[in-house]
Write a protein that binds this ligand. Structure first.
Ligand SMILES: Cc1ncc(COP(=O)(O)O)c(C=O)c1O
Length: 378
């Protein structure tokens, strides 16, 4: 009997080093609020070139906390990208604000600054820029327009650890940013996230908010403000340290896999590959997402690939067209035409730092066949 080759969508790279670091924590008895978290935060801050970092339980928690420190509240509007993960918009809703979606640039799939500017009203409080698929957003333009209109800027860099904008790491430019560590990310802690900031005051507030509103000074049962349990624990921080120690290797592995896909898929007629780096933008490879040629039936491609053991994902559905968004805010098709078109055509292929050349050749071959079989002229 022949078995079909199976190529998973993602796979974390963990080894003996993470096991060793986790064991150290387990044996220390300091499972939470211990020194391993401080070490992880210091290492992370250094890697992204930010003076302060506060680790949290998830990327979503980090975005929520930055909405609070930005003063987002009831009646406010927060502008973000429709072509992102729902947390980029949910973080504002948690604080009683309404999400507003500005369309994206067709090449980068990141917020188009002109569309953001056009979406600003007297209720706008903040802009959440997203570095989608690890490609840096237009940080300078977005921050400049936020300054002009007296808005807060939050960088949702959950997918962008290791990316560089204008030659310097995302996280180092002065904007507060959030990174996430779910197992498909550049580094993982299982679940987890971190907020980087250039303000000591904001950092202290973040540490309090994640820890039930306790102040740095004061007792365990003294609460200075309304807070949350958004803490990470030392076990997860230990995994994070192990991951950061081999960050260069992890990122290089991802870049090599992406380069091979670029070669293997470059000649397929009508298939659009991820935006290339340019002088201002250097991607950190998070996922490998292609846009299928117009006229191709994506569902059929997915089914063909699945039947031959190749896992894919429909990255990313538009946030404004999710059921709860339609019901709550009345969003409909046509609000963000570029995001909607690209969202209907894009597809994530198997991608992780140790994906082998033979697997990639297999994926490319199966994709070619699937595209030929799934072309349905309008
Ligand atoms: C762009 C973006 N924002 C926010 C998040 C939320 O991170 P988490 O899953 O850690 O809450 C993710 C992670 O999937 C993401 O990709």
């Amino acid at each position: 009997m022949t078995t079909t080759r199976q190529v998973p969508l993602a796979s974390p790279w963990l080894d003996e080093r993470e096991e060793e670091l986790v064991l150290e924590v387990l044996r220390s008895g300091r499972l939470s609020l211990g020194p391993t978290i401080d070490r992880f935060e210091e290492l992370f801050a250094e890697v992204v070139g930010a003076p302060y970092a506060a680790a949290v339980s998830s990327g979503t928690a980090g975005l929520h906390l930055l909405c609070i420190t930005a003063g987002v509240g009831s009646g406010d509007e927060v502008i973000t990208s429709p072509y992102s993960f729902v947390a980029s918009a949910n973080c504002a809703i948690y604080e009683g604000a309404s999400p507003v979606f500005a369309d994206v640039d067709r090449r980068t799939l990141n917020l188009d600054p002109a569309a953001v500017e056009a979406a600003i009203t007297s209720h706008t409080r903040a802009v959440v820029g997203v570095d989608i698929y690890g490609y840096p957003c237009e940080l300078d333009e977005l921050r400049a327009l936020c300054d002009r209109h007296d808005l807060a800027f939050i960088d949702d860099a959950c997918e962008a650890l290791g990316a560089r904008y204008k030659g310097a790491p995302v996280g180092s430019h002065g904007a507060s940013a959030v990174f996430a560590f779910y197992p498909n990310k550049q580094i993982t802690t299982g679940e987890g996230g971190i907020v980087t900031t250039h303000s000591e005051e904001e950092w202290r507030l973040l540490r309090s908010l994640r820890n039930q509103g306790r102040a740095d000074s004061g007792g365990w049962l003294d609460h200075a403000r309304l807070g949350f349990n958004y803490r990470i624990d030392d076990v997860r921080a230990a995994i994070g340290i192990g991951q950061l120690e081999k960050l260069d290797e992890l990122l290089a592995g991802r870049a090599a896999v992406a380069a091979r896909y670029n070669e293997l898929l470059g000649g397929i007629d009508g298939l659009e590959l991820p935006a290339a780096d340019d002088a201002d933008h250097e991607r950190s490879w998070f996922v490998y997402v292609v846009a299928l040629p117009p006229g191709v039936d994506r569902e059929r491609v997915i089914a063909e690939l699945d039947g031959r053991g190749v896992q894919t994902a429909r990255y990313l559905p538009c946030i404004h067209l999710q059921a709860y968004m339609r019901e709550r805010y009345g969003f409909r098709e046509g609000l963000c035409p570029v995001a909607e078109e690209m969202s209907a055509r894009t597809l994530a292929l198997p991608f992780h730092p140790r994906l082998g050349q033979d697997d990639q050749e297999y994926v490319a071959g199966v994709l070619r066949d699937a595209l030929t079989a799934s072309y349905s002229p309008a």
